[in-house]
Design a protein around this ligand. Structure first.
Ligand code: CTP
Ligand code: MG
Length: 398
């Protein structure tokens, strides 16, 4: 039975080099990889903290990462206090030595210890409960295991099958493994053999009893490149919208162009660039959708580089900016307000051209033209204005 004044601490082993994964992680030790916005080892710490039986944590890190890891843990606890005391110690050159250093750092009163690989970030509190419940006076330790599902072969040095091993007596061991601290310490040899891969082995070697309990199916140890897929940050997308508006005065200036399409006739606009009021509104809407400010910020009016520049070029650059910001434009709705010229004859071509500029299918771009019934400055033929609404999907990392 579990006592109310449970005294269990966990030792989280993050003292390895992650050598097998180094080519895929840019040499970053795997326990420090980020998954769901937190370093991998922290997920185990959170699982222990969610289990009401736990009283404290010891983190084991490589000597050369100790200061960095301590800083990291302090920052993480500032963000989300685990509500448990913790310590950090340097590991050794093997897992067994790291484990011993962690256990030696436990407060004296700690009678039960759970030793866990930081490389197993999917640990659930239910497994911790199962282990502590099974750790009674009749055993020295408890190891979670899973049955072997595949047919198991012994293979000789030439790659030939030597034997099929009956699998009903085989099991795959996981961590955390739970121990009576004193019994675990008693199992330590003066020198650890090099082939020790978990703590239960030490008890076995010393002839001490280790009970098995059902492991957790998805409690995988991140070990190979294939496993990295399990901690790939999926990120998420949110729908977003951006609004844009622009106006130009009619007068001596550029020939009228809307959505990159020349509109023949007497109307000309006063402008620094090519004066395409519709593309300017669209650019602002795209920037708005990606929270990137406005057109003036990116293409200042006074700069000679932009004098007479085709707005299609500005739009193209804007498309690059919003793409870099993780945004995919899905749709645009455009409105031009002008008393004259009549724009209906150009609607299809404008739609087609804007769709082309945005790299969207024709049916995802809409174009409308309207008048203001001879009211206001458009009504008096003093100018022209445009509105644009852009919808998109914006990708966020966790
Ligand atoms: N570990 C440790 N100290 C060591 C070696 C390993 O604390 N000297 C820890 C690892 O950080 C890991 C766990 O033991 O959480 C299981 O080891 P493993 O998966 O082998 O990790 P690494 O030793 O880091 O990886 P590799 O063997 O590929 O170098
Ligand atoms: Mg290793």
């Amino acid at each position: 039975m579990i006592e109310n004044d449970a005294d269990a601490w966990a030792v989280i082993l993050a003292g390895g080099k992650g050598a097998r994964l180094a080519p895929f992680t840019g040499d970053m030790p795997k326990q420090l990889l980020t998954w769901r916005g937190k370093p991998l080892f922290w997920h185990s710490a959170e699982a222990f903290a969610r289990c009401a039986l736990m009283r404290g944590l010891v983190f084991v890190f490589p000597e050369n990462l100790l200061a960095e890891a301590e800083n990291l843990i302090e920052n993480l606890t500032d963000r989300h206090d685990l509500g448990l005391p913790w310590k950090i110690v340097a590991g050794g050159s093997t897992r067994a030595e790291s484990s011993r250093n962690g256990v030696l750092a436990l407060p004296r009163s700690v009678r039960r210890v759970l030793i866990h690989d930081a490389a197993r970030p999917f640990l659930q509190p239910a497994l911790i409960w199962r282990i502590l419940e099974a750790l009674d006076e009749t055993v020295g330790g408890v190891a979670p295991t899973l049955p072997v599902k595949e047919t198991v072969k012994r293979v000789d040095a030439d790659g030939l099958v030597a034997q099929t091993v009956p699998r009903d007596l085989l099991a795959v061991a996981q961590t955390p493994q739970g121990f009576w601290t004193e019994i675990l310490k008693r199992s330590w040899p003066d020198e650890f053999p090099p082939d020790i891969t978990d703590d239960a082995m030490l008890l076995e070697n010393a002839g001490l009893r280790v009970r098995t309990v059902q492991g957790q199916e998805d409690n995988v140890k991140i070990t190979t490149a294939e496993d990295l897929k399990l901690i790939a940050d999926e990120g998420f997308s949110l729908p977003c919208s951006g609004f844009g508006y622009d106006a130009h005065r009619y007068g001596e200036g550029r020939p009228l162009k809307l959505g990159g399409v020349p509109i023949p006739g007497k109307f000309r606009v006063v402008a620094h660039s090519d004066g395409d009021v519709l593309l300017h509104a669209l650019i602002d809407a795209m920037l708005g959708c990606a929270c990137l400010g406005d057109i003036g910020q990116h293409f200042p009016d006074g700069e000679s580089a932009y004098e007479g520049i085709s707005s299609a070029i500005l739009l193209d650059q804007t498309a690059g900016l919003v793409k870099d910001a993780g945004m995919e434009i899905t749709q645009a709705d455009l409105t031009v307000v002008a008393q004259a010229p009549a724009l209906a004859p150009f609607a299809r071509e404008i739609r087609k051209n804007v769709a082309h500029l945005l790299g969207l299918p024709f049916e995802r771009v809409n174009f409308k033209a309207t008048t203001e019934e001879k009211m206001g400055y458009t009504g008096r033929l003093e100018g022209i204005k445009a509105y644009a609404l852009v919808n998109g999907l914006r990708k966020f990392r966790q």
